[in-house]
Design a binder for this molecule. Structure first.
Ligand code: GAR
Length: 189
């Protein structure tokens, strides 16, 4: 059994999709959902789906081993699904090639600090980009710079709003993220 822990900061629609994807698997299981926000919607989703969950603060995450130890005890893979804090080196080092993030743009474009969620889609539309897409990548200690595992793009129409782009992104994320996670776990063990 490979145990997956999801870190998420917000709504958690990707987290829900991943939990559902693996819910009947005999070999992969989402065992825990953790958030840096105690009122994040992702925790309601985890409760509804019967997945253990909890929240942590900055000290737990970055200035102590609290979260590191929880992850070491519970996770074979750590999945970032809309998680907005930079990971401390100790966590990155404890899970080499075992932490996977999804980013709602075609990295290296529209990555880095401040580039998350709707900020990305607004910038894509403001710059009249002809395409956008998703990037699934390993996580290292720098924002959005780990090795790329998977990308898929789509056409941004001149009439698309940032909300339209967000919807297209979510469709691609739901279709691909769980499958890519599964493939990595099968290949990397
Ligand atoms: C997703 O689109 C994800 O790619 C993005 O946040 C959204 C979370 O949606 N992640 C980032 O921007 C990370 N830099 P969700 O909470 O509904 O899954």
């Amino acid at each position: 059994m490979k145990r997956i822990v999801i870190l998420a900061s917000g709504s958690g629609s990707n987290a829900e999709n991943i939990i559902n994807y693996f819910k009947n698997s005999a070999v992969f299981k989402v065992v825990l959902v953790l958030s840096n926000k105690k009122d994040a919607k992702v925790l309601d989703r985890a409760n509804r789906l019967g997945v253990s969950n909890g929240s942590f603060n900055r000290v737990d995450f970055s200035s102590s081993d609290t979260v590191l130890n929880i992850l070491k005890e519970n996770a074979d893979y750590v999945i970032l699904a809309g998680f907005l804090w930079k990971l401390p080196e100790a966590i990155v080092n404890a899970f080499p090639n075992k932490i996977i993030n999804i980013h709602p743009a075609l990295l290296p474009k529209y990555g880095g600090k401040g580039m998350y969620g709707m900020h990305v889609h607004e910038a894509v539309v403001a710059n009249n980009e002809k395409e956008s897409g998703i990037t699934i990548h390993y996580v290292n200690e720098n924002y959005d710079e780990g090795a790329i595992i998977f990308q898929e793009s789509f056409e941004v129409l001149p009439t698309d709003t940032a909300e339209d782009v967000a919807n297209k992104i979510h469709t691609l994320e739901y279709k691909n993220f769980p499958k890519v996670i599964e493939k990595v776990m099968l290949e990397n063990g």
